[in-house]
Design a protein around this ligand. Structure first.
Ligand SMILES: *[C@@H]1O[C@H](CO)[C@@H](O)[C@H](O)[C@H]1NC(C)=O
Ligand SMILES: *[C@@H]1O[C@H](CO)[C@@H](O)[C@H](O)[C@H]1NC(C)=O
Ligand SMILES: *[C@@H]1O[C@H](CO)[C@@H](O)[C@H](O)[C@H]1NC(C)=O
Ligand SMILES: *[C@@H]1O[C@H](CO)[C@@H](O)[C@H](O)[C@H]1NC(C)=O
Ligand SMILES: *[C@@H]1O[C@H](CO)[C@@H](O)[C@H](O)[C@H]1NC(C)=O
Ligand SMILES: *[C@@H]1O[C@H](CO)[C@@H](O)[C@H](O)[C@H]1NC(C)=O
Ligand SMILES: *[C@@H]1O[C@H](CO)[C@@H](O)[C@H](O)[C@H]1NC(C)=O
Ligand SMILES: *[C@@H]1O[C@H](CO)[C@@H](O)[C@H](O)[C@H]1NC(C)=O
Ligand SMILES: *[C@@H]1O[C@H](CO)[C@@H](O)[C@H](O)[C@H]1NC(C)=O
Ligand SMILES: *[C@@H]1O[C@H](CO)[C@@H](O)[C@H](O)[C@H]1NC(C)=O
Ligand SMILES: *[C@@H]1O[C@H](CO)[C@@H](O)[C@H](O)[C@H]1NC(C)=O
Ligand SMILES: *[C@@H]1O[C@H](CO)[C@@H](O)[C@H](O)[C@H]1NC(C)=O
Length: 551
């Protein structure tokens, strides 16, 4: 297929896009809030092709890239990120703590059918080998196209027989760490898909469905005429809103350093909902192009206008983007959302347009450009995740605990000064730190030395590959903002067992080292945000945090 020249140029830009940089602006407040709620529906798309630990490494890689971009620093190279995945694969193959990485592959696994099957399948998928069982899976040197850029590609039809077996049961383990990681989390990590949220408890709000085991948070909005449902990742760490175009194609990126990525001919963009003139009579697109590079994945497309409905609030003829090229992180069938809504400040917008919440405020549909998040935890079983526009949902937090702090970021991210990090109340002695609060990042990325310090206190450890922590940890890390301390539930610190059959052994930590960020800058994602009510205000350029009513 012949692509327009600009698309070809954009593809070339996708791999090494310029870091975002912009000057903050202020927008005028507007009175008159509206009032509505929205239903949600379930999408279940089992992801049986990838070992959960590989998915986790992808989140670590994603966090590293994202932090690098946010800090305006050189990103880790594709080679480095692939190495991370390679190491993780060897670790899985040999079982935790068993063999030296790089030794022969026909090694003992950790006594687990799960490990072997998933590992094989993960290898097969990662290397583009779709043979059932993945018998040709073999770590290749250099040439294999895989890693953070392609880890979610490939066939999802393999290894349906690989049942997960864990000791303990979900009911008893869900609220305590004594039996290690909850079965519900291990299963969700394996299956992917969405766990639907309950109906929101405030007006101007959308439920946030949980992707896999607390990997991402997704709301349903309507676009077009007639209105169609789109599932949208809600991301406080970027500022562009886009959905896939009816003409969308999948682009691959990062096959090797410096090599130009190529679109897959006729690949489409997976089993998603798309927008265009065929499905929407009110859709108009321009020739103006945009492209956005994320921590993992990238999109390129054109600016468009169409009617958007968010929690019953109608943004008619709203300006946003349709993606004509998506990398597989977005286009893959197992990606359970159709687009992304950036809710940082529009100073960061690659599309040079207002974010939806800014537009809602400027049109007077909400009283102020406030976005508030209740990030829910799958293991709680409450499914009470919610994003609220124009205010805070008073039922979700303890009013007396609300603190408001200035946004210290000059570019338009949401970043707060950290007073202290404490482990069980003991100050870790880390001063002068700041934290970017990002719903679109799963984990917490800390500067290397900080990560090491914290893990020493937590009884975990960080090595070159990753930070680990006992799955049964009862230690709590708290982060203080505005003189208020927010403790992270120990369940959120132990993300996933290194060996899925041993949920009480060592776990990958929810805090990883992001050596590419600023020396004092943390990127704080959902591992923390599950433990606080989080609200942002564009007009006042400030952040609020409060203790949750349920904790
Ligand atoms: C692996 O699976 C086989 C049959 O599928 C079963 O006989 C064996 O006990 C399993 N091993 C473990 C460690 O689960
Ligand atoms: C990605 O994976 C697909 C399918 O597994 C494979 O065909 C493709 O070559 C891979 N591309 C890259 C860039 O790794
Ligand atoms: C997935 O598997 C099916 C059936 O085995 C095959 O037709 C298809 O080409 C495979 N797709 C990829 C991307 O490997
Ligand atoms: C997997 O679990 C299901 C439901 O528990 C069971 O019906 C099926 O036989 C199991 N498959 C294997 C291979 O153990
Ligand atoms: C879970 O295990 C506990 C004891 O370990 C037991 O009391 C409880 O009934 C079990 N629940 C289920 C659903 O199996
Ligand atoms: C787990 O916590 C949730 C909310 O905190 C609560 O509703 C539920 O009853 C608890 N489950 C157990 C088994 O304690
Ligand atoms: C939502 O708005 C309606 C209409 O103003 C009001 O009656 C209702 O109490 C509000 N609901 C909540 C939960 O605030
Ligand atoms: C596509 O997704 C829908 C749900 O959104 C699901 O019902 C359908 O089975 C999926 N189709 C394929 C081929 O995966
Ligand atoms: C929609 O907005 C665009 C750009 O803001 C404008 O050119 C166009 O006339 C508008 N269309 C309608 C129907 O209002
Ligand atoms: C946004 O503005 C920048 C700088 O003015 C410009 O280079 C870019 O092309 C614009 N992008 C869009 C989508 O308008
Ligand atoms: C933190 O406190 C818990 C009990 O609340 C305890 O089990 C744990 O060992 C303590 N951790 C440290 C590092 O002191
Ligand atoms: C935190 O406490 C100190 C000392 O009491 C005070 O000076 C400072 O203003 C407080 N900060 C906030 C954000 O409340």
């Amino acid at each position: 297929m012949q692509l327009p020249f600009f698309i070809t140029v954009l593809i070339a830009c996708l791999v090494h896009a310029m870091p975002v940089a912009a000057v903050p602006t202020r927008r005028a407040p507007n009175p008159n809030p509206g009032m509505i709620t929205m239903p949600l529906k379930r999408l279940h798309n089992p992801r049986t092709d990838i070992h959960p630990q590989l998915l986790l490494q992808q989140h670590i890689n994603r966090g590293q890239r994202r932090l690098a971009r946010m800090a305006g620093r050189a990103e880790p190279s594709d080679h480095e990120l692939r190495e991370n995945l390679n190491k993780r694969m060897f670790m899985l193959e040999n079982g935790p703590g068993s063999r030296v990485p790089g030794s022969t592959n026909d090694a003992v696994v950790s006594g687990s059918n799960f490990s072997r099957r998933r590992f094989r399948a993960g290898m097969a998928a990662a290397y583009g080998n779709s043979a059932p069982g993945g018998h040709h899976a073999k770590p290749a040197k250099g040439g294999a196209a895989m890693g953070a850029m392609n880890g979610t590609a490939g066939n999802t039809t393999t290894t349906s027989s690989g049942n997960v077996t864990v000791s303990g049961n979900g009911t008893t383990s869900a609220n305590s760490t004594s039996s290690g990681v909850a079965e519900i989390d291990i299963q969700a990590a394996t299956n992917g898909g969405l766990t639907p949220a309950n109906a929101p408890t405030a007006n101007n709000s959308l439920g946030l469905d949980i992707e896999a085991d607390d990997v991402g948070y997704i709301a349903t909005i309507q676009i077009g005429t007639p209105p169609k449902d789109f599932k949208i990742l809600m991301d406080s760490g970027s500022a562009d809103f886009w959905v896939g175009s009816e003409n969308c194609q999948t682009a691959t990126e990062g096959q090797s350093q410096g090599r130009r990525a190529q679109p897959q001919s006729g690949g489409g963009c997976g089993n998603h909902t798309f927008l265009g003139t065929q499905s929407s009579s009110s859709f108009v697109q321009s020739n103006q192009q945009f492209q956005v590079q994320y921590g993992s994945g990238a999109v390129a497309g054109v600016i468009c206008q169409d009617n958007v409905n968010i929690a019953g609030l109608a943004l008619n003829n709203h300006t946003f983007g349709v993606a004509e090229l998506e990398t597989v992180q977005f286009s893959g069938d197992t990606t359970p959302f159709d687009g992304l809504m950036g809710l940082a400040q529009s100073t960061l917008s690659e599309q040079n347009v207002s974010t939806p919440v800014e537009s809602l405020a400027s049109q007077g549909l909400i009283s102020s450009a406030i976005t508030s998040f209740k990030i829910s935890r799958l293991a709680d079983g409450l499914n009470d995740g919610e994003v609220t526009f124009g205010g805070l949902d008073a039922t979700k937090f303890v009013a007396s605990s609300l603190v408001t702090i200035p946004n210290v970021n000059q570019q338009g991210f949401w970043e707060g000064a950290v007073d202290a990090f404490t482990v069980n109340g003991t100050d870790a002695g880390l001063t002068g730190r700041t934290a970017i609060l990002d719903t679109g990042t799963t984990l917490i990325m800390a500067p290397q030395q900080d990560a090491t310090t914290i893990h020493q206190m937590l009884g975990g450890a960080c090595d070159q590959q990753q930070c680990t922590i006992p799955c049964t940890t009862t230690s709590s890390l708290a982060i203080s903002f505005g003189n208020a301390s927010f403790a992270i539930d120990p369940r959120d610190l132990a993300v996933l067992p290194l060996d899925p059959n041993d949920p009480t052994g060592d776990c990958t930590s929810g805090i990883q080292a992001g050596s590419v960020g600023g020396a004092n800058e943390w990127l704080v994602g959902d591992v923390f945000l599950k433990n606080a009510y989080f609200s942002t205000d564009v007009t006042k350029n400030q952040i609020s945090l409060a203790k949750l009513t349920t904790s």
